[in-house]
Design a protein around this ligand. Structure first.
Ligand code: FMN
Length: 379
């Protein structure tokens, strides 16, 4: 770092180490999980390993993999999404984590089941009908079939096996994908969970039973010291305005039991990290989702959403470009300890050296994000 370099000093808070259980991170920056669909037959290859290794070489403290699916026939909705089960896919993941470690990074897979959500662009069908709590992809919209209690028990066991495999392969943590309207979130959401058995109910706490069972089974599989991350969101891709918890009390009822079941870090997904979660309580500059989740549960939290870029990621899917923007708001929030870690998605997808440039204050070298970057594994 040079003394002429203002960004480097103001961004220092991003470069503080962080430790939780067995996970020691050299800085506070997390690569957000991003589906890339470059794994034919569900097997990540050398190109995928090189892509993640490049981000570790670019100093990213913790890398979360793209969503990688459990052993259920309809867990994915596109043919090049990687599996996190089976001999060949797991053998494909081994060089990924070894490469990240060799470059001084840490990594966890994001363990996923898409539920009833279809891929937005791919004309691809899973080998079995899509499955979800009530056979609904959105309120009032049927797709696939409702899961039986046997299906649910098998899905819980499949999550646990994936977790055991993550630890066995040498990953440092894992993230459960409980956000964005996919399977676990479909249980949380009253609009897609109309079950009348013990996996449904009028309260969010009742509809969290499936997530709680997944968390407990994973904790059992990985032991007490291995940190478990849970990604949650209020918004759904089916409905950006949807909210699971509209008050802090409701948020506590939702998230605290999951933390007590074994979650160490809540990854609170927002499209724009600076948006207040409960502005009616603490104002337009109030705590964001990760800030409230940390305050209400005591868990460590990760925030995310449009860090360093002018437009949000849904705009990216619509083909819009985003230009680099400053990090002052982020730095201020992290200096106040609002949340512990910050995830960065598109900026790292399109530039493996983004964090190095931020550390060195090379703002002029930060890249614009274009939708074209999503079509390749940028090295
Ligand atoms: C190409 C792409 C794929 C994504 N895939 C996933 C995914 O598999 N799992 C997930 O939880 N979020 C996924 N996301 C959301 C990102 O993790 C992140 O929350 C979002 O991009 C906002 O961060 P950003 O504004 O820094 O890009 C994806 C985003 C993009 C752009």
């Amino acid at each position: 770092m040079t003394s002429t370099n203002t960004t480097s000093s103001s961004a220092d808070v991003l470069f503080q180490p962080f430790q939780i259980k067995s996970l020691a991170l050299k800085n506070r920056v997390v690569m957000a999980p991003m589906t890339r669909s470059f794994s034919p037959d569900g097997v990540p290859g050398e190109n995928v390993a090189a892509y993640y290794r490049r981000r570790a070489e670019g100093e990213v403290g913790l890398i979360l993999s793209e969503g990688t699916v459990i052993d259920r026939p309809s867990a994915r909705n596109e043919g090049k999404i990687p599996f996190f089960h089976g001999d060949a896919p797991l053998a494909g993941w081994k060089p990924v984590i070894d490469g990240v470690h060799a470059a001084g990074g840490k990594m966890g897979p994001q363990i996923w089941h898409v539920g009833a959500v279809a891929h937005p662009f791919a004309d691809w069908a899973p080998p079995a009908p899509p499955e979800s709590p009530s056979g609904l992809v959105a309120p009032g919209t049927a797709r696939g079939q409702a899961m039986s209690e046997e299906d649910i028990a098998d899905a819980v066991a499949a999550f646990a096996r994936a977790a055991a495999d993550a630890k066995r392969l040498g990953f440092d943590t894992l993230e459960i994908h409980g956000a964005h309207g996919y399977l676990i979130d479909q249980f949380f959401w009253s609009g897609t969970n109309e079950r009348t058995d013990r996996y449904g109910g009028a309260t969010l706490a009742q509809r969290s039973r499936f997530a709680g069972e997944v968390v407990k089974a994973i904790r059992q599989a990985v032991g007490p010291d291995f940190p478990i991350i849970l990604r949650v969101s209020q918004w759904k891709q089916q409905d950006y305005a949807a909210r699971l918890a509209s008050t802090p009390d409701a948020m506590t009822d939702w998230l605290l039991p999951l933390v007590e079941a074994g979650i160490d870090i809540l990854h609170c997904s927002q499209r724009r990290f600076w948006e207040p979660e409960f502005a009616e309580i603490d104002g337009a500059h109030g705590l964001n989702f990760a800030g409230w989740a940390k305050k209400l549960t005591g868990a460590a939290t990760i925030s995310v959403g449009s860090v360093g870029l002018s437009g949000d990621f849904m705009a990216a899917f619509a083909g819009e470009s985003s230009t680099p923007v400053g990090l002052d708001n982020l730095v201020e929030r992290m200096q106040r300890g609002e949340f512990d870690l910050i995830a960065v998605g598109r900026a790292l997808l399109s530039d493996p050296l983004w964090l190095t440039k931020v550390r060195m204050g090379h703002r002029e070298h930060l890249k614009e994000f274009t939708a074209a970057a999503m079509a390749e594994l940028v090295m």
